[in-house]
Design a protein around this ligand. Structure first.
Ligand code: PGA
Length: 231
């Protein structure tokens, strides 16, 4: 059975206090459902929460308390090594707090002008310290570094719009990316509890990347429930 990824991306949301409140609410939902941990394991779900750097220490400190397999991720990493790069957070620093990092999200490309060559360096530094990368692309035309771990296809027209891409169309793009990279391919863009089963049920889609649907712990939990029941 192939693994399925459920990855949350909080983007630039949540103070430390809000992050802890989310974590406690999510923990209560998980512990209130006696079967979810074993069902998620049986379904080979890989659950990752990508949070702002500022809240990662608090989440990591409480990761054991949740009693559920959820990994932490960052949303960006420096294309530079450690050194005189004011404001940057290096891969080694991220690795202290997280096991995953999103690289090349379309918002990073659009608002921060991140280029393919910078993204390649980000991916290489992440790989060199053992961070798994979730490499985002907007379509098959984007280049994908060989060292990326997982690819996420996120059409900008569907991100945060409340209107996901047609599953057949998304599946065709994911299949093409999968054929050329031999990596797991996720879909992201307005995934909700109502449409998640159709994406995860597609044979070429190995998981989902959730923005808005990760902000509310009960919505995120519902999506994990649906994912754990995908045949
Ligand atoms: P969305 O965002 O789920 O809010 O559309 C997805 C993403 O940008 O990762």
């Amino acid at each position: 059975m192939r693994a399925l990824y459920v990855v949350g991306n909080w983007k630039s949301n949540k103070t430390i206090q809000e992050a802890i409140a989310w974590w406690n609410a999510f923990g209560a939902l998980v512990s209130g459902d006696k079967k979810i941990a074993s069902e998620a394991k049986k379904r080979h779900l890989i659950i990752v929460l990508c949070a702002p750097y500022t809240v990662l220490p608090a989440l990591k400190e409480n990761i054991e308390s949740i009693g559920f397999p959820i990994a932490l991720g960052a949303q960006d990493v420096s294309p530079f090594p450690e050194g005189a790069y004011t404001g940057e957070v290096s891969a080694r620093m991220v690795k202290e707090l997280a096991d995953y990092v999103i690289v090349g999200h379309s918002e990073r490309r659009r608002y921060f002008q991140e280029t393919d060559s910078e993204l390649e360096f980000e991916t290489l530094h992440a790989q060199s310290v053992g961070l798994a990368t979730i490499y985002c692309v907007e379509g098959e035309k984007n280049s994908i570094p060989g060292s990326a771990t997982v690819v996420a296809y996120e059409p900008p027209s569907a991100i945060g719009k409340g209107q996901a891409e047609d599953v057949g169309k998304a599946g065709t793009v994911c299949a093409g990316i999968g054929r050329s990279t031999h990596k797991p391919v996720l879909y992201g863009g307005s995934v909700t509890p109502d449409n998640v089963a159709s994406f995860l049920g597609h044979p070429a889609i190995d998981g989902v990347l959730l923005g808005g649907s990760s902000l509310d712990p009960s919505v995120f939990f519902t999506i994990i429930r649906v994912a754990s029941s995908i045949p």
